[in-house]
Design a protein around this ligand. Structure first.
Ligand code: ADP
Length: 369
């Protein structure tokens, strides 16, 4: 349905979008996520026709719409403040929007009331925006966007600054509205929980580059090290590659932690070797107890001495290792713990940050020419 190819945008000399590709199918919701300043809103504005790309193409249903004005695109966009006319009632706001897109006569009232009903805003039609709660404003903004039955719906932070109840309600409304209209929907959000609750697929934009597009599950194998760092629902440990060639990433779920009953057990925990990535040693006992420093809903972060040097003589830098706290395990600051790494889940990234598709297990024979 919506096909973006090699979209590029510069503001003065700064490259804000660096050749973005993305497809959104009919009947699909894709969440556009990524750090602040990544270019998410810029991409939305370009699709809506409110900004222009310097290069690249936007196709809708096979037709290039890059040169069309916003009103000819069959693309609707909502903004996080709702962008409603304050002096008009809700029904008038909906009507004005429809008239801008060529609706006339009875069709205006019919499309407006249908859209209001779909988002659960029928009882608000006579209200002015000042009388609406934040959640109701978003609902009206959504009604205005879908009233003209666009092929593409662009939602810029539709759930930001809402209280929890309104947010959960609006998540459901968004899905329901989407099922009813089938519009290819692109949703910008900084909140990963919202993205996971609403979207079919997620697209991760960072510094103008689309680094990973796929289902929530697929982010367990991120295509770029920046995604490994930024994805909150598959928390990862990202460490420098001991060979200096890039990075290694290990999911938090691949790190298991157990409390040692007495510190003397630490001396018998020994070391574990990471195969095929050089002399990477995980040291616990000799280098002192592992200390819990902080924790959050994504697990516990323990600070451990993880040696990422080739020989054991070199001093081991201290890295922060994130792991999921097993149910029932109570840790106090200063407790000695044993950490085990499931190395079969180790992932490699090259110097450019791109995932290296390679089997990490086993010893690589030296290359002979
Ligand atoms: P996001 O939505 O991911 O937070 P934006 O698309 O708002 O990111 O912004 C991406 C980058 O483009 C930022 O560095 C921002 O400063 C810059 N930018 C956005 N709009 C303009 C503009 N109109 N003029 C100059 N720079 C802009």
């Amino acid at each position: 349905m919506l096909e973006l190819r090699a979209i590029e945008r510069r503001y003065r000399s700064e490259l804000v979008l660096a050749g973005v590709d993305l497809d959104v199918r009919r009947g699909e919701i894709v969440a556009l996520i990524g750090p602040s300043g990544a270019g998410k809103s810029t991409l939305l504005r370009i699709i809506a026709g409110l900004d222009r790309a310097d290069r690249g193409s936007i196709r809708l249903g096979g037709r290039d719409i890059s040169a069309l004005p916003p009103s000819a695109r069959r693309v609707a966009m909502t903004f996080d403040d709702g962008a409603l006319y304050e002096h008009l009632t809700v029904i008038e706001n909906l009507a004005v929007g429809l008239e801008q897109f060529g609706f006339r006569g009875a069709a205006v009232g019919q499309a407006a009331t249908e859209a209001a009903a779909l988002v659960g805003a029928s009882e608000l039609l006579g209200h002015r925006p000042a009388m609406l709660s934040a959640g109701q404003r978003r609902r009206v903004a959504l009604a205005r966007a879908i009233a003209r039955r666009p092929d593409v719906l662009l939602l810029d932070e539709p759930l930001t600054h809402l209280d929890l109840r309104s947010r959960l309600d609006l998540r459901e409304d968004l899905r329901r509205v989407h099922e009813a209209t089938g519009a290819a929907t692109l949703l910008v959000t900084h909140d990963h929980a919202d993205a996971l609750a609403i979207a079919d697929r997620l697209a991760y934009l960072d510094a103008g580059r689309m680094l990973h597009v796929g289902t929530a599950e697929s982010f367990g194998r991120p295509a770029h090290v920046a995604v490994a760092r930024g994805c909150s629902w598959h928390p990862m440990n990202v460490l420098p590659d001991p060979e200096g060639n890039g990075w290694l990433a290990l999911p938090a779920s691949a790190v298991t932690i157990a409390r040692l009953e007495t510190p003397s057990h630490a001396e018998t925990t020994g070391t574990e070797r990471l195969p095929s990535v050089g002399e990477v040693l995980f040291l616990s006992g000799d280098h002192g107890p592992l200390r819990r420093t902080e924790g959050d809903e994504n697990g516990v972060v323990v600070t451990v001495g993880l040696q990422v040097a080739r020989s054991s003589q070199e001093s081991a830098p201290t890295v922060r290792l994130r792991c999921l706290l097993p149910r029932g395990l109570v840790l106090a600051v200063g407790d000695a713990v044993r950490v085990r790494l499931s190395l079969d889940q180790l992932q490699s990234f090259d110097r450019q940050g791109l995932a290296v598709a390679q089997a990490i297990s086993g010893h690589q024979p030296p290359h002979r020419s």
